[in-house]
Structure formats: structure tokens, C-alpha cells
Design a protein around this ligand. Structure first.
Ligand code: SIN
Length: 303
């Protein structure tokens, strides 16, 4: 009998699997396919203070081993999330959920988190400073030590729950950004968000995605994620949620060996909506294969 439990900032997860924000909506649609209470938790769609329609279409470009998205933080706004999405989720999910929050100013991050803080269903905040799809939004915060520090401090002032800063790989030195978050009081970091990418249609000679560029995710970015999780987890004392191209139980074990305490699964949900359930079901078999009795014991175990 293997033990898949991990502890994420004071809350025990039955397993480390967390569907990544933007690939699982507000959860209840997936509950029509399977019982989502099998998940460790999940991170809901990036929420902003005001409702957002998102970017013009087309927003998706398929690539070998991945896809580019330029959704543009489409979401109903924080008040509807509190008034409508979370009550619907409560009917199908009895665990704590992770609130993913985005913003265009330090004040917006602070106010959105302040409004969500009283929601009993929320266990953690994932503060997205890494969305590549909106001008002047998260990514511009996530590329500067000063800006991530300001956002972290502002959110910390108004929240009583752990805050996890979601970091971008589109930087020269992700370690210094992670350290700046830690120094400013972040409880954890999650990485990596998508890599900025672009495709061009040969017939029209125009970018495939209307916003020209978008965030590249999927199997192809997994080695980048493993490398960055390894570097960051060696440099900070706070837990790291590892994500980026995770699509199998083997990938989960590999990114945990690199230093992840819990594991986000993103693009795989778009290819196979049962991906997270399948990975969870497969974990005991793969743990036995590699003689792993407890997942929490392998965190950062890369020699
Ligand atoms: C989006 O909504 O554009 C994706 C969010 C993200 O990549 O952070």
C-alpha cells in the first residue's frame, strides 16, 4: 500500500495532483465526467476584479507536442465568482480549492484577494504574475523583482490564507524572481506558466492566433519546467508547485524529484478531460515500479 498524500502549506492533499488554472474552469463542468473529489485540489480560472471577455479569436494554435493559447483571462469577475461559481462548485467538490487571481495593478490584486478571502471553500491563493496574453497584466509584474515583491506584500496585507505566486518562465533568471517573492512574504511559488510562442499560417502569412502571440504549453515544455523547478526549489525554503507539460504519473514523480511538493496538470486536460483522474489512478502502480512508498519522501530527491 503506497501513500500518495502530500502536505501543501498546512493542508493535506490526498495526492499532489492539481489541475492548473485555465484548464479546468470552475470545476463543475468536469464533475459531469468524473468525481472531481479524487483530485488533490484544483486551481480555478484566473479571476480579475471586473469581468473580462478575453482576447479576439482565434485564441488557440495547435503545435507538435503542445498548443498556444491566448485566452486573455476571460472570466466573470470576482463578484460573480463568489456569488455564482463557488456555490455551484460547493455542490460537487468538498475539498479546499485554490483561487487563481490576476490583475492589472497592485491595487487590483489586493482588492480581488480581499473579496475572496472570506470564502470558506478557498484554501490557498495562487497569485498569477505570469499571464503572457494581456498587455500590462500579470507578466509585466512577473518579470520584475520589485513588482512581484509589491504584489506579494499587497496581497499578504489582506489575506489570511497562504499565497502562492505563479511565476513565468519568460525571464532571464527565475530564481531571483522566486527569491523576491519569498523575501516579500510569499508562502509558496508555482511554476512554470506558459512560454511565449507564435505560429504563422503559410497561406495567409498571418499569425494563427489573433493576438499574434500566446502562451505555449504541453508535453514539449516539460524539460524546461523540471529544470526551473529544480533551480528554484534549491534556492528557496518555501514549497514549489511544479507544472508545465505534466501528462503522466511518471512526469509527476520526475517533477517531484526535481523539488515540487504538489504538481499542476494543465494542457493535458485539454487533450484528455480524464487526464488528472487517469494520472491519480496510475500513481500507485508507478510508485511501486520505482519502489516509492510515500510521495512526500521523494520531494527534491534528485541526486
Ligand atoms: C489566459 O487566460 O490568457 C491564460 C492565463 C495565463 O496563462 O496565465
Amino acid at each position: 500500500m503506497v501513500d500518495t498524500k502530500v502536505n501543501l502549506l498546512g493542508i493535506t492533499l490526498d495526492n499532489p495532483i492539481i489541475p492548473a488554472s485555465g484548464t479546468f474552469g470552475f470545476g463543475y463542468e468536469f464533475s459531469e465526467l468524473y468525481d472531481i473529489n479524487c483530485l488533490g485540489t484544483f486551481s480555478f480560472k484566473g479571476t480579475t476584479l471586473e469581468p473580462r471577455f478575453g482576447n479576439p479569436t482565434p485564441r488557440i494554435a495547435e503545435c507538435s507536442s503542445g498548443l498556444i493559447n491566448s485566452v486573455g483571462l476571460q472570466n466573470p469577475g470576482v463578484d460573480k465568482v463568489i456569488g455564482e461559481e463557488l456555490p455551484k462548485l460547493a455542490k460537487v467538490f468538498n475539498k479546499k480549492v485554490m483561487a487563481n487571481v490576476s490583475g492589472f495593478s497592485v491595487e487590483e490584486y489586493r482588492e480581488t484577494c480581499r473579496r475572496l478571502n472570506d470564502c470558506e471553500q478557498i484554501g490557498w491563493f495562487e497569485v498569477n504574475v505570469s499571464c503572457p496574453n494581456v498587455h500590462g497584466g500579470g507578466l509585466s509584474f512577473g518579470t520584475s523583482e520589485k513588482a512581484v515583491s509589491e504584489v506579494t506584500k499587497a496581497v499578504k496585507e489582506v489575506t489570511t490564507k497562504p499565497i502562492i505566486l505563479k511565476l513565468s518562465p519568460n525571464v532571464t533568471d527565475i530564481v531571483s524572481i522566486a527569491k523576491a517573492c519569498e523575501d516579500a512574504g510569499a508562502d509558496g511559488v508555482s511554476l512554470i506558466n506558459t512560454l511565449l510562442g507564435m505560429r504563422i499560417d503559410l497561406k495567409t502569412r498571418k499569425p494563427v492566433v489573433a493576438n499574434r502571440m500566446g502562451g505555449f504549453s504541453g508535453d514539449a515544455i516539460f524539460p524546461v519546467a523540471v529544470r526551473m523547478v529544480h533551480q528554484v526549489s534549491k534556492a528557496v525554503k518555501i514549497p514549489v508547485i511544479g507544472m508545465g507539460g505534466v501528462s503522466s504519473a511518471e512526469d509527476v514523480i520526475e517533477i517531484m524529484l526535481a523539488g515540487a511538493t504538489a504538481v499542476g496538470v494543465g494542457a493535458a486536460n485539454l487533450v484528455n478531460p480524464y487526464a488528472c483522474r487517469d494520472i491519480i489512478n496510475d500513481l500507485p502502480r508507478v510508485m511501486e515500479k520505482y519502489n516509492i512508498k510515500s510521495l512526500s519522501e521523494i520531494i527534491g530527491g534528485c541526486k
